[in-house]
Ligand binder design. Structure first.
Ligand SMILES: C[S@@+](CC[C@H](N)C(=O)[O-])C[C@H]1O[C@@H](n2cnc3c(N)ncnc32)[C@H](O)[C@@H]1O
Length: 186
């Protein structure tokens, strides 16, 4: 899969969210220069950095110091002073409130929905990035418990094309499945 320079320059530790999914998250939630976002887990910080490139403020939580260090390096590479990296469990006590978007990419994301609901402003968006269908089922069940609305679930499939003298066709190689995306509004 083609990775643009704006991502190739970033460090990678744990599995990252790829530009094809990041683009959809930004487009569907409409976040912009006035938006405040809350993210977990930070991992390599690819999503957190992407949000911070365009939003007013982004706070990202991770349990692991070693991953936060990778994300910190990416923050420095991008020269971002509006990205706050916090060591902590997003399912436990958090201090953020009035946020426009909560993004969750971690095991058992559904356990963070209670805190996401508290942190979000009315009409704010939540987005779950969930590799397995079983996670989607649990996530949507919890969203319903907290009366989130406009729930939409899909995956983004990107096909690289081979363009050659003999003809053009989809490549037989590439990253097919990454994760299902679940969007909802408070
Ligand atoms: C796949 S990585 C996230 C990648 C990131 N979205 C990116 O684009 O680079 C998942 C992260 O979730 C973190 N994590 C797991 N449970 C967590 C929790 N309860 N609170 C905060 N972070 C958590 C893990 O330590 C791991 O770094």
């Amino acid at each position: 899969m083609f990775i643009p320079e704006s991502y190739r320059r970033l460090k990678r530790g744990p599995q990252v969210i790829l530009p094809k999914d990041i683009g959809i998250i930004i487009a569907y939630t409409g976040v912009n220069r006035n938006s405040v976002c809350l993210d977990a887990g930070t991992g390599s910080g690819w999503l957190a950095v992407s949000l911070a490139r365009i939003c007013k403020q982004v706070t990202s939580y991770d349990l692991r110091e070693d991953f936060l260090k990778i994300a910190e390096r990416n923050k420095v590479i991008e020269g971002l002073d509006n990205l706050v990296l916090k060591k902590g469990d997003i399912t436990k006590k958090i201090s953020e409130s009035g946020v426009d978007l909560v993004t969750l990419d971690m095991p058992d994301s559904q356990k963070a929905i209670k805190n996401a609901h508290k942190a979000l402003k009315q009409e704010g968006y939540i987005c779950g990035y969930l590799p397995h269908m079983e996670q989607v089922t649990k996530f949507v069940k919890e969203l319903n418990k907290y009366k989130f609305r406009n729930i939409a679930t899909f995956e983004v499939i990107l096909r690289d094309m081979l363009v050659r003298e003999e003809g053009m066709r989809p490549s037989t190689k590439g990253v097919w499945h990454t994760a299902y995306l679940v969007f909802a509004q408070k």
